[in-house]
Design a protein around this ligand. Structure first.
Ligand code: SF4
Length: 297
């Protein structure tokens, strides 16, 4: 089903046709009005300013999603949802503040998932906040160290990443840090890194395995038990006890003092919590969609 704008012969229509052609639908899908998802991913661009070794979405030759069309889909959702603005890298879009402002005006909660390179500029973060952004998921695979970013993300960017974290915290934004744990690479750095995050007042940390989809480091994926062992092994007595709050098939939520720690063995199949907006206007389970569209979308 194509929504308004998708077949009108306008630039937006041509773009949506290109995106739809590249996209493989999953078996389970819903019209926006029937969406069961509390969180929906919107792939607003396929452009990126990094070239990480683990990237579930390495396709770069697709056009940006037309936002007027996105707003029509979002407008049809049955209840308030977290709209995760993702890419590749969402900050590549010059109109990101407008997108945030409109998603908020439509009654939903905009969330940006970013590699953080552009968030190292304070005035840019201020602009996003003024547009209505309160929550950012910031990937920090190398923690505090350039050599680890080089090994995992192919870029020595610790300074810029940590500047982004400081900017977000200074502006009192809610930050979830995301770190892919790679055996033999960044696990030994965890004690120092977790200590740093807790010291900065980060309240939400997410550690996940290398997802074996898209581009990824081979033979380097932790199981959920191994993720938990790695995090437990990194904690110091002063960090407090890691208390299990909830366990699902592929993820576990913990409390650590006042912080929340989430571990995920990725991809997290079978979840009807996180969905993805497909370019034909339907919504689908996020991780199933990623697997179905490996190296395509
Ligand atoms: S993982 Fe994210 S930041 Fe890295 S190349 Fe892929 S889209 Fe870009």
């Amino acid at each position: 089903m194509l929504l308004a704008g998708a077949n009108e012969g306008s630039d937006g229509g041509v773009t949506l046709a290109t995106l739809s052609e590249a996209y493989s639908p999953t078996e389970t899908r819903f019209r926006p009005e029937e969406s069961p998802f509390t969180t929906l991913f919107a792939d607003i661009t396929h452009r990126c300013n990094m070239a990480c070794r683990n990237c579930y979405i390495p396709v770069r030759d697709l056009p940006d999603l037309p936002v007027d069309w996105l707003y029509e889909v979002v407008r049809r959702l049955p209840r308030r949802a977290r709209i995760r603005l993702v890419g590749a890298e969402p900050t590549m879009r010059e109109d990101l503040p407008d997108i945030i402002r409109t998603i908020r005006a439509l009654g939903h909660i905009p969330v940006v998932l970013s590699n953080g390179l552009k968030l190292g500029r304070r005035n840019y973060v201020e602009k996003l906040k003024a547009a209505g952004l309160h929550t950012v998921y910031l990937s920090l695979n190398g923690g505090l160290r350039d050599d680890l970013y080089l090994a995992i993300d192919e870029l020595a960017c610790a300074e810029r990443k940590l500047a982004a974290l400081d900017n977000l915290l200074a502006l009192r934004m809610h930050v979830t840090t995301g770190t892919i744990l790679v055996p033999g690479v960044n696990v030994g750095h965890l004690p120092e890194f977790i200590d740093h995050l807790l010291g900065k007042g980060v309240r939400d940390m997410h550690f996940r395995s290398v997802g074996q989809v898209g581009n990824y480091i081979r033979d380097a994926s932790f199981t959920l038990d191994e993720l938990e062992a790695a995090v437990r092994g990194a904690l110091r007595p002063e960090h407090g006890e890691l208390r299990l709050l909830a366990a699902y098939g592929s993820s576990r939520d913990f409390a650590l003092g006042r912080a929340r720690v989430q571990l995920t063995q990725w991809p997290e199949l079978g979840s009807l919590e996180r969905g993805r907006i497909a370019p034909d206007g339907m919504v689908e389970p996020m991780f199933e969609s990623i697997v179905a569209n490996e190296h395509r979308y």
